[in-house]
Ligand binder design. Structure first.
Ligand code: NDP
Length: 339
């Protein structure tokens, strides 16, 4: 069986985080409906990922997969493939749970669904606070953060962090917290380099975790007007050829060399191996500079239906849309029949 050897970064609280994780968001269809169709494939792929050496799993209450992720973890521990302490499990608190006391309610719910005593990292999924009915609750994320500090002190999480925070929000949080966030999980890929945010976080010892690391490079994500590079981009193909690596491997390696953790999602076993086989080569300075030139600020994840809510972190665009119901109300689990 293939094996992958994934190194770690160290967080500001001393916790070690594997530099590459397995993403578990199965996505939504064009009608913004959550689909459980990919779940059996994802469970097999996650099981395989752990077998070959993945130790870091990224999930969230929103993703509706915590029960299934928990089952795989349980099985791998019972089968003696891995010990709990060797795994790094991240989950996230959804923006219905931003009152200080509700953070613990959310984390305990995730622990129950995952069947775990603690998670390694819990993140505030977004800085806005929105009720299930779509009401802007305008709860300051500093209040929410106090709930995170409490969850940390109770041992329900080994580390606490944020997601989708912009530079201003990071500055304000760092200036007003007892425990600094260990991580900020944001979209980063070749089109969205986020240099200012990455520089600020790294200068302040906050590790960046890149979600959607492929951006619109992969066919499932490419829209008619989405920018280069695609998988067949000649510059990317030439760089890949030089190192004997694929275009996706070059992309993930580029992020690693910027000191960034990636959490690519794939339900395809060959890609599970491919995505983690990036720690045996090094892009030279010239290639790093060439790759940096693809940065044009293009966002793959742009939930503009939240853009009028307080603390929406991205620049606004003219489009308007109601919040999809599936992002407000959901059931959890493969059969969508758990809370
Ligand atoms: P990714 O950039 O990981 O892209 C996923 C897509 O890429 C899938 O269609 C997958 O196909 C395909 N793919 C994966 N590996 C390869 C490869 N080697 N070659 C070609 N295609 C490949 O995007 P995601 O948006 O899923 O982000 C990754 C993870 O980040 C999520 O799963 C989630 O855990 C997290 N996330 C967090 C967010 C947040 O707000 N904090 C927001 C979005 C994501 P296939 O599966 O068919 O192989």
């Amino acid at each position: 069986m293939a094996r992958v050897n994934i190194p770690s970064f160290t967080l500001n609280d001393g916790t070690k985080i594997p530099a590459l994780g397995y993403g578990t968001w199965l996505g939504m269809d064009e009608k913004f409906e959550f689909s459980a169709e990919g779940m059996p494939k994802m469970m097999d792929a996650l099981s395989y990922a752990i077998d070959i050496g993945y130790r870091h799993i990224d999930t969230a209450h929103l993703y509706r997969v915590e029960p299934e992720v928990g089952k795989i973890i349980d099985k791998k521990i019972k089968d003696g493939v891995v010990k709990r302490e060797d795994l790094f499990i991240t989950t996230k608190v959804w923006h219905h749970f931003h009152r200080e006391a509700d953070v613990e309610v959310s984390v305990r719910g995730s622990l129950r669904r995952l069947n775990l005593d603690y998670v390694d990292l819990v993140l505030m999924h977004w800085p806005m606070s929105i009720s299930q009915d779509g009401v802007d609750e305008k709860i300051d994320y500093l209040e929410t953060w106090r709930g995170f500090e409490s969850v940390l002190s109770k041992g329900l999480a080994k580390s606490i962090g944020v997601s989708n925070f912009n530079v201003e929000q990071m500055k304000r949080l760092l200036a007003n917290c007892k425990v600094p966030p260990s991580t900020n999980q944001v979209e980063i890929n070749l089109n969205l380099g986020q240099k200012e945010l990455v520089d600020y976080c790294q200068a302040n010892n906050v590790l960046i975790v890149a979600y959607s690391p492929f951006g619109t490079m992969v066919p499932s994500r490419s829209a008619p007007n989405s920018p280069e590079p695609k998988l067949n981009n000649p510059t990317m193909v030439a760089i890949g050829k030089k190192y004997g690596k694929s275009v996706t491997q070059v992309t993930l390696r580029y992020l690693y060399q910027r000191g960034i953790v990636s959490i690519p999602k794939t339900v395809t076993p060959s890609r599970v191996v491919e995505n983690a086989s990036i720690f045996d080569f090094e892009l030279d300075k010239g290639d790093m500079e060439t790759l940096a030139k693809f940065d044009n600020g293009f966002r793959t994840v742009r939930p503009f239906f939240w853009q009028d809510y307080q603390n929406y972190p991205f620049e606004k665009i003219p489009d308007k849309m109601e919040i999809p119901e599936s992002l407000r109300i959901w059931k959890n689990g493969l059969n969508l029949d758990i809370d």
